[in-house]
Design a protein around this ligand. Structure first.
Ligand SMILES: Cc1ncc(COP(=O)(O)O)c(C=O)c1O
Length: 351
């Protein structure tokens, strides 16, 4: 019924060093359906399409969740996953949050490994700054017209080679404080990685881009006094040799942030999760966004137009020393040239 619209990708046409953070057709994806209270065996598909029931709850009521992770080709040629189990657990947390069937950890693992192996020709070479992005997706595929959970769910994993999320890479970006739209309500779905949050964030992203900034800074919805998140990334700041990151009930618990907290501790930097007031932005020494896609993106400028304020960091145009240290250690672990003392990575045997 559906036509394959994208052409087979010719590898010689891929400029690995210039890949955007976007979709590129790969060879296969993997799928499983939950019905009659059980998950079916994984199936491999070469189609980019899914036939969806017109009354699927994923389409009507946003019963949907996703994950984002990467497979990294290391200096040693080996391919590594980074803390996949944390993504699997967060996927379950998101599923629970919108009353969907949870994907068992073993099925999640089997699906991501299979999707990477089947598309191994798309894993970017080491040194290009690119990686193979893995996108697990879960949605209510069963039909309902009333607002209630479906009895059938579809789980899909596809992959796409990607470059850096912010075109600046590891160079300072400008961020816009958003005050006229919210990403998530105080007791809403902010801690779940569900599509609705991203739909809600698009107005802020558009506003940030229209004002010449790379992304939005969301504040807490209730009184707009505290920092929540930076687009699809968590926020961190360095003040008095302390790695400080927001404590909030409406942000996604970033696996990158969780890892940076550990790495900061390892290099003798204090760490603190606490509400961060907008008024404090003035006093920070280094600020950044962190996430799978953003890695660490240093923030050079924060524009709060409604308050007529501009906060400037990275005065020499370069990321601060602690951000550099954390970035090098994190990326080194992911690409396999810094010892992985916590066992965060898993090598995928490609053959
Ligand atoms: C809203 C939001 N915050 C933070 C993050 C960073 O999370 P992670 O480090 O697990 O990729 C993401 C990306 O998944 C996100 O979408």
């Amino acid at each position: 019924m559906f036509q394959q619209t994208s052409k087979i990708v010719e590898m010689e046409n891929i400029d690995w060093g210039k890949l955007p953070f976007g979709y590129l057709k790969t060879d296969f994806n993997v799928r499983s359906v939950f019905k009659n209270d059980a998950w079916c065996q994984l199936e491999v598909s070469d189609s980019e399409y899914i036939p969806v029931h017109i009354a699927a709850t994923g389409l009507h009521y946003g019963q949907e969740a996703f994950e984002g992770m990467k497979a990294y080709r290391g200096k040693d040629g080996k391919v590594r996953l980074f803390r996949w189990i944390e993504n699997a657990k967060r996927f379950q947390h998101s599923a629970k949050g919108v009353f969907m069937a949870e994907v068992p950890l073993e099925l999640f693992h089997e699906a991501i490994v299979k999707a990477v192996k089947l598309n191994k020709r798309f894993i970017p070479p080491y040194g290009t700054g690119a990686a193979l992005y893995i996108r697990p997706l879960l949605f209510g595929s069963g039909a309902e017209v009333g607002v209630k959970p479906a009895s059938e769910y579809t789980f899909i994993v596809f992959v796409s080679p990607v470059g850096p999320y912010f075109k600046e890479g590891f160079n300072p970006v400008k961020i816009a404080v958003i005050r006229d739209s919210d990403r998530a309500a105080p007791l809403g779905t902010g801690t779940f990685k569900v599509g609705g949050n991203y739909a809600a964030s698009m107005r802020g992203i558009a506003k940030a881009h229209n004002s010449g900034c790379g992304g939005p800074m969301y504040l807490n919805a209730k009184d707009k006094l505290y920092v929540d998140e930076i687009g699809s990334a968590n926020f961190f700041a360095i003040i008095n040799n302390t790695y400080t990151t927001p404590k909030s009930e409406s942000i996604l618990q970033s696996i990158t942030n969780m890892s940076l907290i550990q790495l900061a501790d390892d290099i003798g930097i204090k760490t603190e999760r606490r509400p961060i007031a907008v008024d404090e932005l003035e006093s920070f020494e280094e600020v950044g966004a962190c996430g799978t896609a953003a890695i660490i993106t240093p923030i050079g400028e924060i524009n709060d137009t409604e308050k007529n304020k501009v906060y400037r960091y990275c005065k020499d145009g370069k990321p601060g020393p602690i951000s550099v240290k954390l970035y090098n250690t994190l990326v080194g672990i992911q690409y396999g040239y810094v010892p992985d003392k916590y066992g965060w990575t898993e090598i995928i045997e490609l053959n």
